[in-house]
Ligand binder design. Structure first.
Ligand code: FAD
Ligand code: NAD
Length: 475
Protein backbone atom coordinates (compact mmCIF):
# COMPACT_ATOMS: atom_id res chain seq x y z
CA UNK A 1 0.00 0.00 0.00
CA UNK A 2 1.35 3.47 -0.84
CA UNK A 3 2.20 5.85 1.99
CA UNK A 4 -0.06 8.86 2.16
CA UNK A 5 0.47 12.37 3.55
CA UNK A 6 -1.54 15.51 4.11
CA UNK A 7 1.15 17.48 2.29
CA UNK A 8 4.03 16.44 0.06
CA UNK A 9 6.57 19.14 -0.74
CA UNK A 10 8.89 18.57 -3.71
CA UNK A 11 12.09 20.54 -3.16
CA UNK A 12 13.80 21.45 0.12
CA UNK A 13 15.26 24.84 -0.74
CA UNK A 14 14.18 27.92 1.26
CA UNK A 15 10.73 27.79 -0.36
CA UNK A 16 10.12 24.06 0.11
CA UNK A 17 11.61 23.33 3.53
CA UNK A 18 9.90 26.36 5.05
CA UNK A 19 6.56 25.30 3.53
CA UNK A 20 7.06 21.82 5.00
CA UNK A 21 7.84 23.19 8.47
CA UNK A 22 4.83 25.54 8.48
CA UNK A 23 2.55 22.70 7.30
CA UNK A 24 3.87 20.52 10.13
CA UNK A 25 3.27 23.37 12.60
CA UNK A 26 -0.38 23.15 11.56
CA UNK A 27 -0.38 19.52 12.71
CA UNK A 28 -0.36 18.10 9.18
CA UNK A 29 1.45 14.90 8.16
CA UNK A 30 4.19 16.09 5.83
CA UNK A 31 6.87 14.64 3.55
CA UNK A 32 9.58 16.74 1.90
CA UNK A 33 11.46 15.29 -1.06
CA UNK A 34 14.79 16.60 -2.34
CA UNK A 35 17.39 15.15 -4.69
CA UNK A 36 20.16 17.79 -4.39
CA UNK A 37 23.58 16.31 -5.10
CA UNK A 38 26.81 18.06 -4.22
CA UNK A 39 30.06 17.91 -6.23
CA UNK A 40 31.33 15.15 -3.94
CA UNK A 41 28.18 13.07 -4.56
CA UNK A 42 26.68 13.74 -1.12
CA UNK A 43 23.04 14.75 -0.78
CA UNK A 44 21.83 17.67 1.29
CA UNK A 45 18.68 19.63 2.03
CA UNK A 46 18.65 23.42 1.64
CA UNK A 47 18.57 23.78 -2.15
CA UNK A 48 20.56 26.31 -4.14
CA UNK A 49 20.42 28.87 -1.34
CA UNK A 50 22.26 26.88 1.28
CA UNK A 51 24.43 24.65 -0.91
CA UNK A 52 25.45 26.84 -3.83
CA UNK A 53 23.94 30.30 -3.48
CA UNK A 54 23.14 32.74 -0.69
CA UNK A 55 25.16 31.13 2.07
CA UNK A 56 28.46 30.09 0.41
CA UNK A 57 28.58 33.37 -1.52
CA UNK A 58 28.07 35.40 1.65
CA UNK A 59 30.75 33.37 3.46
CA UNK A 60 33.27 34.17 0.71
CA UNK A 61 32.13 37.80 0.49
CA UNK A 62 32.80 38.21 4.22
CA UNK A 63 36.21 36.51 4.11
CA UNK A 64 37.37 38.34 1.01
CA UNK A 65 36.22 41.68 2.43
CA UNK A 66 38.23 41.08 5.60
CA UNK A 67 41.25 40.13 3.48
CA UNK A 68 40.85 43.34 1.48
CA UNK A 69 40.47 45.50 4.61
CA UNK A 70 43.47 43.93 6.30
CA UNK A 71 45.54 44.78 3.24
CA UNK A 72 44.17 48.22 2.47
CA UNK A 73 42.30 49.77 5.37
CA UNK A 74 43.83 48.72 8.69
CA UNK A 75 46.57 51.34 8.23
CA UNK A 76 43.99 54.14 8.41
CA UNK A 77 42.97 52.90 11.86
CA UNK A 78 46.60 52.97 12.97
CA UNK A 79 46.97 49.22 12.82
CA UNK A 80 50.16 48.13 11.17
CA UNK A 81 50.14 44.61 9.81
CA UNK A 82 52.35 42.83 7.32
CA UNK A 83 50.82 42.35 3.86
CA UNK A 84 48.18 39.68 4.47
CA UNK A 85 48.70 36.29 2.87
CA UNK A 86 45.82 34.39 1.39
CA UNK A 87 45.12 30.84 2.55
CA UNK A 88 42.34 30.05 0.09
CA UNK A 89 42.08 26.42 1.20
CA UNK A 90 41.17 27.52 4.74
CA UNK A 91 38.78 30.17 3.40
CA UNK A 92 37.02 27.54 1.31
CA UNK A 93 37.02 25.08 4.22
CA UNK A 94 35.35 27.67 6.47
CA UNK A 95 32.70 28.25 3.78
CA UNK A 96 32.10 24.50 3.36
CA UNK A 97 31.80 24.13 7.14
CA UNK A 98 29.11 26.81 7.34
CA UNK A 99 27.20 25.16 4.48
CA UNK A 100 27.48 21.75 6.16
CA UNK A 101 26.25 23.10 9.49
CA UNK A 102 23.28 24.87 7.97
CA UNK A 103 22.19 22.07 5.63
CA UNK A 104 22.57 19.62 8.52
CA UNK A 105 20.41 22.05 10.50
CA UNK A 106 17.62 21.74 7.93
CA UNK A 107 17.71 17.94 8.21
CA UNK A 108 17.47 18.40 11.99
CA UNK A 109 14.55 20.83 11.68
CA UNK A 110 12.62 18.44 9.42
CA UNK A 111 13.14 15.66 11.94
CA UNK A 112 12.20 17.82 14.92
CA UNK A 113 8.97 18.78 13.14
CA UNK A 114 8.26 15.10 12.40
CA UNK A 115 8.52 15.70 8.66
CA UNK A 116 9.49 12.71 6.53
CA UNK A 117 12.64 13.94 4.73
CA UNK A 118 12.97 11.85 1.58
CA UNK A 119 16.21 11.95 -0.41
CA UNK A 120 15.62 11.46 -4.12
CA UNK A 121 13.49 12.59 -7.02
CA UNK A 122 9.82 13.51 -6.85
CA UNK A 123 7.43 13.62 -9.79
CA UNK A 124 3.83 14.79 -9.66
CA UNK A 125 1.38 12.45 -11.37
CA UNK A 126 -2.41 12.82 -11.77
CA UNK A 127 -4.66 12.95 -8.68
CA UNK A 128 -1.91 14.24 -6.38
CA UNK A 129 0.05 11.00 -6.56
CA UNK A 130 3.79 11.51 -6.30
CA UNK A 131 6.32 9.08 -7.71
CA UNK A 132 9.35 9.05 -5.43
CA UNK A 133 12.63 7.66 -6.78
CA UNK A 134 15.06 7.45 -3.87
CA UNK A 135 18.79 7.91 -4.36
CA UNK A 136 19.10 4.36 -3.03
CA UNK A 137 16.35 1.78 -3.30
CA UNK A 138 13.19 1.24 -5.29
CA UNK A 139 10.62 3.67 -6.66
CA UNK A 140 7.67 4.30 -4.37
CA UNK A 141 4.23 5.72 -5.09
CA UNK A 142 3.09 8.28 -2.52
CA UNK A 143 -0.33 9.90 -2.16
CA UNK A 144 -1.16 13.34 -0.82
CA UNK A 145 -4.13 15.58 -0.10
CA UNK A 146 -1.99 18.58 -1.06
CA UNK A 147 1.25 19.00 -3.00
CA UNK A 148 3.61 21.98 -2.92
CA UNK A 149 6.05 22.20 -5.83
CA UNK A 150 9.27 24.03 -4.90
CA UNK A 151 11.76 22.80 -7.48
CA UNK A 152 13.77 26.03 -7.75
CA UNK A 153 15.91 27.26 -10.60
CA UNK A 154 19.14 26.58 -12.45
CA UNK A 155 21.68 28.81 -14.23
CA UNK A 156 20.97 29.86 -17.81
CA UNK A 157 23.58 28.42 -20.13
CA UNK A 158 24.61 30.39 -23.22
CA UNK A 159 24.94 28.38 -26.42
CA UNK A 160 28.03 30.42 -27.28
CA UNK A 161 29.66 29.81 -23.87
CA UNK A 162 28.75 26.32 -22.70
CA UNK A 163 29.74 25.37 -19.15
CA UNK A 164 32.69 22.95 -19.07
CA UNK A 165 32.98 22.90 -15.26
CA UNK A 166 36.62 23.86 -15.53
CA UNK A 167 37.32 27.09 -17.40
CA UNK A 168 33.77 28.19 -18.26
CA UNK A 169 31.72 27.90 -15.11
CA UNK A 170 28.41 28.88 -13.54
CA UNK A 171 28.07 30.60 -10.16
CA UNK A 172 28.48 27.32 -8.27
CA UNK A 173 31.73 26.62 -10.09
CA UNK A 174 32.89 30.15 -9.29
CA UNK A 175 32.28 29.52 -5.58
CA UNK A 176 34.55 26.48 -5.68
CA UNK A 177 37.77 27.80 -7.32
CA UNK A 178 40.79 26.32 -5.53
CA UNK A 179 43.13 29.03 -6.80
CA UNK A 180 42.62 32.72 -7.53
CA UNK A 181 42.46 33.16 -11.31
CA UNK A 182 44.94 35.79 -12.50
CA UNK A 183 42.37 37.09 -14.97
CA UNK A 184 38.69 36.44 -14.45
CA UNK A 185 35.97 37.19 -16.97
CA UNK A 186 32.33 37.47 -15.90
CA UNK A 187 29.43 37.55 -18.35
CA UNK A 188 26.58 39.54 -16.79
CA UNK A 189 26.83 42.50 -14.39
CA UNK A 190 23.79 41.32 -12.42
CA UNK A 191 23.66 40.31 -8.79
CA UNK A 192 25.87 37.23 -9.17
CA UNK A 193 28.36 38.93 -11.48
CA UNK A 194 28.86 41.77 -9.01
CA UNK A 195 29.00 39.62 -5.87
CA UNK A 196 31.33 36.94 -7.22
CA UNK A 197 33.31 39.45 -9.28
CA UNK A 198 33.90 41.33 -6.00
CA UNK A 199 35.01 38.17 -4.16
CA UNK A 200 37.73 37.25 -6.66
CA UNK A 201 38.77 40.84 -7.29
CA UNK A 202 39.38 41.37 -3.56
CA UNK A 203 41.43 38.18 -3.48
CA UNK A 204 43.66 39.46 -6.27
CA UNK A 205 42.07 38.56 -9.63
CA UNK A 206 41.94 41.08 -12.44
CA UNK A 207 38.19 41.05 -13.12
CA UNK A 208 36.43 42.12 -16.31
CA UNK A 209 32.63 42.05 -16.34
CA UNK A 210 30.86 42.05 -19.70
CA UNK A 211 27.30 43.34 -19.55
CA UNK A 212 25.02 43.33 -22.59
CA UNK A 213 22.83 46.23 -21.42
CA UNK A 214 23.91 49.84 -21.79
CA UNK A 215 22.51 50.74 -18.36
CA UNK A 216 24.31 49.56 -15.25
CA UNK A 217 22.02 47.76 -12.74
CA UNK A 218 18.95 48.61 -14.81
CA UNK A 219 16.59 47.29 -12.11
CA UNK A 220 17.94 49.66 -9.44
CA UNK A 221 17.21 53.34 -8.84
CA UNK A 222 19.45 55.43 -11.12
CA UNK A 223 21.06 57.43 -8.27
CA UNK A 224 22.00 54.24 -6.48
CA UNK A 225 23.28 52.58 -9.66
CA UNK A 226 25.42 55.64 -10.45
CA UNK A 227 27.01 55.70 -7.01
CA UNK A 228 27.58 51.92 -7.05
CA UNK A 229 29.23 52.09 -10.49
CA UNK A 230 31.59 54.78 -9.17
CA UNK A 231 32.57 52.64 -6.19
CA UNK A 232 33.11 49.46 -8.23
CA UNK A 233 35.30 51.36 -10.68
CA UNK A 234 37.33 52.69 -7.76
CA UNK A 235 37.78 49.11 -6.54
CA UNK A 236 39.19 48.06 -9.89
CA UNK A 237 36.23 46.06 -11.24
CA UNK A 238 36.31 46.65 -14.99
CA UNK A 239 32.62 46.68 -15.97
CA UNK A 240 32.08 46.97 -19.71
CA UNK A 241 28.52 48.00 -20.59
CA UNK A 242 26.89 47.35 -23.93
CA UNK A 243 29.21 44.36 -24.39
CA UNK A 244 27.49 41.49 -26.20
CA UNK A 245 29.43 38.24 -25.98
CA UNK A 246 29.48 36.47 -29.34
CA UNK A 247 31.77 33.53 -28.58
CA UNK A 248 33.75 31.99 -25.74
CA UNK A 249 36.19 29.18 -26.36
CA UNK A 250 38.32 27.35 -23.84
CA UNK A 251 41.88 27.12 -25.10
CA UNK A 252 44.88 25.34 -23.59
CA UNK A 253 45.69 28.32 -21.41
CA UNK A 254 42.36 29.94 -20.67
CA UNK A 255 39.25 31.23 -22.37
CA UNK A 256 39.10 33.49 -25.39
CA UNK A 257 36.00 35.66 -25.24
CA UNK A 258 34.75 37.62 -28.25
CA UNK A 259 32.26 40.41 -27.78
CA UNK A 260 30.78 43.33 -29.66
CA UNK A 261 30.50 46.80 -28.18
CA UNK A 262 29.93 50.30 -29.55
CA UNK A 263 33.48 50.32 -30.94
CA UNK A 264 33.04 47.06 -32.85
CA UNK A 265 34.41 43.56 -32.33
CA UNK A 266 36.58 43.02 -29.26
CA UNK A 267 38.25 40.07 -27.65
CA UNK A 268 39.58 39.21 -24.24
CA UNK A 269 41.56 36.29 -22.87
CA UNK A 270 40.95 35.20 -19.29
CA UNK A 271 41.95 32.24 -17.14
CA UNK A 272 38.37 31.49 -16.08
CA UNK A 273 35.01 32.71 -17.29
CA UNK A 274 31.92 32.87 -15.08
CA UNK A 275 28.65 33.03 -16.96
CA UNK A 276 26.00 34.71 -14.79
CA UNK A 277 23.26 35.84 -17.15
CA UNK A 278 20.28 34.86 -15.02
CA UNK A 279 18.56 31.68 -13.90
CA UNK A 280 15.63 29.74 -15.31
CA UNK A 281 12.96 27.72 -13.52
CA UNK A 282 13.91 24.08 -12.99
CA UNK A 283 11.12 21.61 -13.70
CA UNK A 284 13.06 18.72 -15.22
CA UNK A 285 10.97 15.52 -14.98
CA UNK A 286 8.84 17.16 -12.27
CA UNK A 287 5.43 16.86 -13.91
CA UNK A 288 3.80 13.86 -15.59
CA UNK A 289 1.90 14.74 -18.78
CA UNK A 290 -1.41 14.21 -16.98
CA UNK A 291 -0.50 16.12 -13.79
CA UNK A 292 -2.62 19.04 -15.01
CA UNK A 293 -0.04 21.63 -13.93
CA UNK A 294 0.78 24.18 -16.64
CA UNK A 295 4.01 26.00 -17.46
CA UNK A 296 4.09 29.50 -18.94
CA UNK A 297 6.06 30.50 -22.07
CA UNK A 298 9.25 31.03 -20.05
CA UNK A 299 8.98 27.68 -18.29
CA UNK A 300 7.69 28.94 -14.92
CA UNK A 301 4.91 26.94 -13.26
CA UNK A 302 1.70 28.94 -13.74
CA UNK A 303 0.21 30.13 -10.45
CA UNK A 304 -2.18 32.79 -9.21
CA UNK A 305 -1.41 35.38 -6.50
CA UNK A 306 -1.89 32.67 -3.85
CA UNK A 307 0.50 30.26 -5.57
CA UNK A 308 -2.32 27.90 -6.63
CA UNK A 309 -1.49 26.05 -9.84
CA UNK A 310 -5.07 25.57 -11.00
CA UNK A 311 -5.05 21.90 -10.05
CA UNK A 312 -7.03 21.80 -6.79
CA UNK A 313 -4.68 21.17 -3.86
CA UNK A 314 -1.48 21.72 -5.85
CA UNK A 315 0.61 24.83 -5.13
CA UNK A 316 3.96 26.02 -6.48
CA UNK A 317 6.36 28.40 -4.70
CA UNK A 318 9.81 29.96 -4.98
CA UNK A 319 12.08 30.30 -7.99
CA UNK A 320 9.97 27.92 -10.11
CA UNK A 321 7.15 30.50 -10.23
CA UNK A 322 6.95 34.14 -11.40
CA UNK A 323 8.48 36.98 -9.40
CA UNK A 324 11.97 37.76 -8.14
CA UNK A 325 14.26 34.78 -7.63
CA UNK A 326 15.00 35.46 -3.99
CA UNK A 327 15.17 33.09 -1.04
CA UNK A 328 12.97 35.25 1.22
CA UNK A 329 10.31 35.60 -1.49
CA UNK A 330 10.20 31.80 -1.82
CA UNK A 331 10.03 31.25 1.94
CA UNK A 332 7.11 33.67 2.30
CA UNK A 333 5.29 31.89 -0.51
CA UNK A 334 5.97 28.57 1.22
CA UNK A 335 4.45 29.87 4.45
CA UNK A 336 1.45 31.26 2.54
CA UNK A 337 0.80 27.96 0.73
CA UNK A 338 0.96 25.96 3.97
CA UNK A 339 -1.32 28.44 5.77
CA UNK A 340 -3.86 28.32 2.94
CA UNK A 341 -3.79 24.51 3.01
CA UNK A 342 -4.53 24.68 6.75
CA UNK A 343 -7.54 26.89 5.98
CA UNK A 344 -6.04 30.15 7.18
CA UNK A 345 -6.14 33.48 5.38
CA UNK A 346 -2.68 34.27 4.03
CA UNK A 347 -0.97 36.48 1.48
CA UNK A 348 2.42 37.69 0.34
CA UNK A 349 2.86 41.43 -0.11
CA UNK A 350 4.75 41.36 -3.40
CA UNK A 351 5.08 45.17 -3.35
CA UNK A 352 7.52 45.17 -0.48
CA UNK A 353 10.06 42.45 -1.17
CA UNK A 354 13.55 43.77 -0.44
CA UNK A 355 16.47 43.27 -2.84
CA UNK A 356 20.03 43.23 -1.55
CA UNK A 357 23.35 43.00 -3.38
CA UNK A 358 26.07 42.05 -0.91
CA UNK A 359 28.95 43.96 -2.46
CA UNK A 360 30.96 46.65 -0.67
CA UNK A 361 29.23 49.00 -0.40
CA UNK A 362 26.05 46.95 -0.17
CA UNK A 363 23.09 47.88 -2.32
CA UNK A 364 19.53 47.42 -1.08
CA UNK A 365 16.11 48.63 -2.03
CA UNK A 366 12.42 48.10 -1.51
CA UNK A 367 9.40 49.50 -3.34
CA UNK A 368 9.50 51.62 -6.45
CA UNK A 369 12.46 53.34 -8.07
CA UNK A 370 12.21 57.02 -8.98
CA UNK A 371 11.78 56.04 -12.66
CA UNK A 372 8.90 53.69 -11.76
CA UNK A 373 7.11 56.33 -9.67
CA UNK A 374 7.56 58.85 -12.49
CA UNK A 375 6.12 56.37 -14.98
CA UNK A 376 3.14 55.72 -12.69
CA UNK A 377 2.21 59.40 -12.93
CA UNK A 378 2.03 59.83 -9.14
CA UNK A 379 3.44 63.11 -7.80
CA UNK A 380 6.41 62.50 -5.52
CA UNK A 381 9.16 64.09 -3.47
CA UNK A 382 12.59 62.65 -2.65
CA UNK A 383 15.12 63.03 0.11
CA UNK A 384 18.62 61.67 0.53
CA UNK A 385 21.34 61.52 3.14
CA UNK A 386 24.98 60.68 2.39
CA UNK A 387 26.89 58.30 4.67
CA UNK A 388 29.76 60.81 4.48
CA UNK A 389 27.72 62.87 6.98
CA UNK A 390 27.08 59.93 9.32
CA UNK A 391 29.16 59.76 12.49
CA UNK A 392 28.89 55.99 12.68
CA UNK A 393 29.89 55.54 9.03
CA UNK A 394 32.91 57.79 9.62
CA UNK A 395 33.89 55.77 12.70
CA UNK A 396 33.64 52.63 10.55
CA UNK A 397 35.68 54.29 7.77
CA UNK A 398 32.88 53.39 5.35
CA UNK A 399 31.42 56.65 4.14
CA UNK A 400 30.56 55.86 0.51
CA UNK A 401 26.92 55.93 -0.51
CA UNK A 402 23.59 57.25 0.71
CA UNK A 403 20.00 56.54 1.67
CA UNK A 404 17.33 57.83 -0.69
CA UNK A 405 13.61 57.92 0.10
CA UNK A 406 10.81 58.52 -2.39
CA UNK A 407 7.45 59.61 -0.96
CA UNK A 408 4.06 60.52 -2.37
CA UNK A 409 3.33 64.24 -2.45
CA UNK A 410 -0.38 63.83 -1.69
CA UNK A 411 -0.43 61.60 1.41
CA UNK A 412 3.30 61.38 2.30
CA UNK A 413 3.31 57.56 1.90
CA UNK A 414 6.77 56.03 1.50
CA UNK A 415 6.90 54.57 -2.02
CA UNK A 416 10.50 53.40 -2.23
CA UNK A 417 13.74 53.32 -0.23
CA UNK A 418 17.10 52.88 -1.95
CA UNK A 419 20.39 52.45 -0.16
CA UNK A 420 23.96 52.08 -1.29
CA UNK A 421 26.35 52.00 1.64
CA UNK A 422 27.58 50.06 4.67
CA UNK A 423 25.19 47.38 5.96
CA UNK A 424 22.52 48.44 3.45
CA UNK A 425 21.16 44.88 3.59
CA UNK A 426 20.46 45.28 7.31
CA UNK A 427 19.23 48.89 7.12
CA UNK A 428 16.63 48.07 4.49
CA UNK A 429 14.57 46.05 7.01
CA UNK A 430 13.39 49.25 8.67
CA UNK A 431 12.11 50.48 5.31
CA UNK A 432 10.43 47.14 4.60
CA UNK A 433 8.63 47.22 7.94
CA UNK A 434 7.64 50.86 7.45
CA UNK A 435 6.22 50.13 4.01
CA UNK A 436 4.47 46.95 5.21
CA UNK A 437 2.58 49.22 7.61
CA UNK A 438 2.03 51.83 4.83
CA UNK A 439 4.10 54.32 6.82
CA UNK A 440 4.35 57.96 5.88
CA UNK A 441 7.67 59.77 5.73
CA UNK A 442 6.59 61.61 8.87
CA UNK A 443 6.28 58.26 10.70
CA UNK A 444 9.98 57.64 10.06
CA UNK A 445 10.81 61.25 10.93
CA UNK A 446 9.09 60.86 14.31
CA UNK A 447 10.73 57.50 15.08
CA UNK A 448 13.66 57.77 17.49
CA UNK A 449 16.85 56.31 16.00
CA UNK A 450 19.82 55.39 18.20
CA UNK A 451 22.92 57.56 18.02
CA UNK A 452 25.40 56.99 16.59
CA UNK A 453 24.00 54.42 14.19
CA UNK A 454 23.89 53.85 10.46
CA UNK A 455 20.11 53.82 10.81
CA UNK A 456 20.27 57.56 11.51
CA UNK A 457 20.92 57.92 7.78
CA UNK A 458 17.39 56.56 7.19
CA UNK A 459 16.01 59.07 9.70
CA UNK A 460 17.91 61.96 8.12
CA UNK A 461 16.86 60.90 4.61
CA UNK A 462 13.23 60.96 5.74
CA UNK A 463 13.74 64.48 7.15
CA UNK A 464 15.44 65.47 3.92
CA UNK A 465 12.25 64.61 2.00
CA UNK A 466 10.81 67.76 3.63
CA UNK A 467 14.12 69.67 3.49
CA UNK A 468 14.58 69.24 7.23
CA UNK A 469 17.72 67.09 7.46
CA UNK A 470 19.56 68.15 10.61
CA UNK A 471 23.09 66.97 9.98
CA UNK A 472 23.39 67.72 6.30
CA UNK A 473 22.36 70.49 4.00
CA UNK A 474 22.23 70.56 0.25
CA UNK A 475 20.84 74.05 0.11
P1 FAD B 1 16.13 26.11 -4.65
O1 FAD B 1 16.88 26.71 -3.53
O2 FAD B 1 16.76 26.06 -5.99
O3 FAD B 1 15.71 24.67 -4.19
C1 FAD B 1 15.04 23.79 -5.01
C2 FAD B 1 15.32 22.38 -4.53
O4 FAD B 1 14.45 21.50 -5.21
C3 FAD B 1 16.73 21.90 -4.84
O5 FAD B 1 17.32 21.40 -3.68
C4 FAD B 1 16.54 20.78 -5.87
O6 FAD B 1 17.47 19.74 -5.69
C5 FAD B 1 15.14 20.31 -5.52
N1 FAD B 1 14.43 19.68 -6.62
C6 FAD B 1 14.11 20.21 -7.84
N2 FAD B 1 13.36 19.34 -8.55
C7 FAD B 1 13.20 18.24 -7.77
C8 FAD B 1 12.52 17.02 -7.95
N3 FAD B 1 11.82 16.75 -9.05
N4 FAD B 1 12.57 16.11 -6.96
C9 FAD B 1 13.26 16.37 -5.81
N5 FAD B 1 13.92 17.51 -5.58
C10 FAD B 1 13.87 18.43 -6.55
N6 FAD B 1 18.75 34.88 -2.88
C11 FAD B 1 18.63 35.72 -1.84
O7 FAD B 1 17.50 36.01 -1.42
N7 FAD B 1 19.72 36.24 -1.21
C12 FAD B 1 20.98 35.96 -1.62
O8 FAD B 1 21.94 36.45 -1.05
C13 FAD B 1 21.14 35.08 -2.73
N8 FAD B 1 22.37 34.77 -3.17
C14 FAD B 1 22.50 33.89 -4.21
C15 FAD B 1 23.78 33.60 -4.66
C16 FAD B 1 23.96 32.74 -5.72
C17 FAD B 1 25.34 32.42 -6.20
C18 FAD B 1 22.82 32.14 -6.32
C19 FAD B 1 22.98 31.15 -7.45
C20 FAD B 1 21.56 32.43 -5.89
C21 FAD B 1 21.38 33.32 -4.83
N9 FAD B 1 20.11 33.68 -4.37
C22 FAD B 1 19.98 34.55 -3.33
C23 FAD B 1 18.90 33.12 -4.97
C24 FAD B 1 18.37 31.98 -4.08
O9 FAD B 1 19.37 31.00 -3.97
C25 FAD B 1 17.11 31.41 -4.68
O10 FAD B 1 16.17 32.44 -4.87
C26 FAD B 1 16.50 30.37 -3.73
O11 FAD B 1 17.41 29.33 -3.49
C27 FAD B 1 15.21 29.81 -4.32
O12 FAD B 1 14.67 28.89 -3.42
P2 FAD B 1 13.77 27.68 -3.91
O13 FAD B 1 13.47 26.90 -2.70
O14 FAD B 1 12.67 28.17 -4.75
O15 FAD B 1 14.70 26.83 -4.88
P1 NAD C 1 20.62 38.77 -13.05
O1 NAD C 1 19.35 38.74 -13.75
O2 NAD C 1 20.73 39.48 -11.75
O3 NAD C 1 21.74 39.42 -13.99
C1 NAD C 1 22.05 38.92 -15.24
C2 NAD C 1 22.77 40.01 -16.01
O4 NAD C 1 23.29 39.42 -17.18
C3 NAD C 1 21.83 41.13 -16.45
O5 NAD C 1 22.41 42.36 -16.13
C4 NAD C 1 21.71 40.92 -17.94
O6 NAD C 1 21.51 42.12 -18.66
C5 NAD C 1 23.05 40.29 -18.27
N1 NAD C 1 23.05 39.47 -19.47
C6 NAD C 1 22.10 38.62 -19.91
N2 NAD C 1 22.50 38.01 -21.05
C7 NAD C 1 23.74 38.49 -21.33
C8 NAD C 1 24.68 38.24 -22.34
N3 NAD C 1 24.44 37.36 -23.32
N4 NAD C 1 25.86 38.89 -22.32
C9 NAD C 1 26.13 39.79 -21.34
N5 NAD C 1 25.27 40.06 -20.33
C10 NAD C 1 24.09 39.42 -20.32
O7 NAD C 1 21.06 37.25 -12.92
P2 NAD C 1 22.22 36.56 -12.08
O8 NAD C 1 23.21 37.54 -11.62
O9 NAD C 1 22.65 35.40 -12.89
O10 NAD C 1 21.42 36.03 -10.82
C11 NAD C 1 20.35 35.10 -10.99
C12 NAD C 1 19.32 35.27 -9.93
O11 NAD C 1 19.82 34.88 -8.67
C13 NAD C 1 18.86 36.68 -9.82
O12 NAD C 1 17.52 36.74 -10.23
C14 NAD C 1 18.97 37.05 -8.40
O13 NAD C 1 17.74 37.49 -7.90
C15 NAD C 1 19.39 35.78 -7.68
N6 NAD C 1 20.51 36.16 -6.81
C16 NAD C 1 20.24 36.97 -5.75
C17 NAD C 1 21.27 37.40 -4.96
C18 NAD C 1 20.97 38.30 -3.82
O14 NAD C 1 19.82 38.42 -3.46
N7 NAD C 1 21.97 38.95 -3.22
C19 NAD C 1 22.58 36.99 -5.21
C20 NAD C 1 22.81 36.20 -6.31
C21 NAD C 1 21.76 35.77 -7.10
Amino acid sequence: MSRSFDVIVIGAGPAGYVAAIRAAQHGLKVACIDGWENYDGSNAFGGTCLNAGCIPSKALLESSELFHRAGHEFGKHGIKVAKPKLDLATMQKRKAGIVRQLTGGIAGLLKANKIEGLVGHGKLLADKKVEFTPVKGDKEMLAAKHVILASGSTPIELKIAKFDEDKIVDSWGALEFDAVPKKLGVVGAGVIGLELGSVWSRLGAEVTVLEAMDDFLFMADRDVAKEAAKQFKRQGLDIKLGAKVTAAKATGKGVKVDYDDKDGQQSLTVDKLVVAVGRRPYTEDLLADDSGVQLDKRGFIKVDDECRTGVPGVYAVGDCVRGPMLAHKGSEEGVMAADLIAGEVAEVNYDVIPSVIYTAPEIAWVGKTEQEVKDSGRKFKTGAFPFAASGRAKAMEQTAGMVKIISATDDDEVLGVHIVGPMAGELISEAVLAMEFSASTEDIQRTVHAHPSLAEAMHEASLSVDNRALNFTNR
